[in-house]
Design a protein around this ligand. Structure first.
Ligand code: FVH
Length: 292
């Protein structure tokens, strides 16, 4: 297919991620129009063939599909609010990080203005964009997604989760939660080992290997969470609650702050107090729901 036959796309927001998105559309042969509050950030893309719009309204009017990637929800409302009328009959794909509530709010707003809305969550960093390992989660209008799936495929692997526009944000934030949990644990581990001057680079291969082994238990834990049945397979919650205290005591003794690891202690002890000491650790998930 030649460049002329590819769907024209507009990208609004040219931060680190927006520039990567626009670059991937250009690489895919899509006529690409860009707009950014700070106009100078469009220069390198213009040199690669992008059309620079003078205003956000002009950018939206240039393509049937507008992809927005701004800092946050407030920036999205600030930029798109004044151009709502220009979106009529077009598709808006919002890849800005946000909450499920914000995504649903955006979808309602877009519908009021006659636009199709798809929300998205990018599970990748900018250098990954344009490669299959860049997973981009979408939810919202299934017809709009189907119409533009091929175009969105230029960014990475496009996965549509369902018609509820809030789903992509929910999955995105849940995956980020797993990621930050891992980073938090890793940073605490490094603070502990560094307290004895053990080089991080020497210790880290053990962390990678240990986390890899522990990750194999996640699917079984997921089955337990779904069934509500949490049989322990050799490492029950009560035993872990007792051992965990040593992690806190050692941290204090080694001069390491316990802020990152204290909440898990509290949760483990709540589990024991609720009579779940003989269960698997997966039982803790239900204790996290404040409004089950
Ligand atoms: N970069 C990453 O690794 C992650 C990967 C996963 C997805 N996130 C989310 O993507 C959104 C954009 O992230 P970003 O990395 O492009 O962020 P910045 O480089 O900081 O660029 C921010 C852009 O937003 C524009 N902007 C901010 N406030 C306003 C406003 N009030 N009005 C208009 N535009 C605004 C900013 O414009 P400028 O400062 O250049 O004028 C940038 O274009 C984000 O949701 C991540 O969570 C990225």
């Amino acid at each position: 297919m030649t460049g002329d036959q590819r769907t024209p796309v507009t990208v609004i927001g040219l931060g680190d991620m927006g520039r990567a998105l626009a670059g991937a559309f250009l690489d895919g042969g899509h006529p690409t129009t860009v707009w950014n509050r700070t106009a100078s950030r469009a220069e390198a893309l213009a040199a690669r063939g992008a059309t620079t719009a003078a205003t956000a309204a002009e950018a939206v009017a240039a393509s049937p599909l507008t992809v927005v990637c701004l800092l946050d929800h407030d920036a999205v409302r600030e930029v798109l609010g004044p151009v709502a009328g220009d979106l009529r009959g077009r598709t808006l794909v919002n890849l800005t990080n946000g909450t499920p509530r914000q995504a649903r709010e955006n979808a309602g707003w877009a519908a009021e203005h006659g636009a199709d809305y798809v929300d998205g969550g990018i599970m990748a960093v900018p250098p990954m964009i344009g490669r299959p390992e860049a997973l981009v989660l979408y939810s919202g209008s299934p017809t709009a997604f189907a119409a533009h799936e091929r175009t969105l495929g230029a960014l990475g692997t496009a996965t549509h989760l369902g018609t509820d526009p809030g789903l992509a944000a929910l999955y995105d934030l849940a995956l980020l939660s797993a990621m930050y949990g891992m980073f938090g644990g890793f940073f605490h581990a490094l603070a502990l080992t560094r307290s004895e001057k053990i080089p991080a680079a020497e210790f880290t291969p053990l962390v990678v290997s240990w986390l890899g082994a522990m990750m194999t238990s996640l699917p079984e834990m997921a089955r337990a969470v779904d069934s509500g049945d949490h049989p322990a397979t050799g490492s029950n919650l009560g035993m872990q609650a007792a051992a965990y205290v040593n992690l806190l005591d050692a941290s204090r003794e080694q001069g390491v702050a316990t802020g990152l690891v204290e909440p898990m202690r509290a949760l483990l002890h709540r589990g024991v107090a609720a009579g779940h000491g003989g269960d698997d650790l997966s039982r803790l998930v239900e204790l996290l729901r404040t409004n089950p």
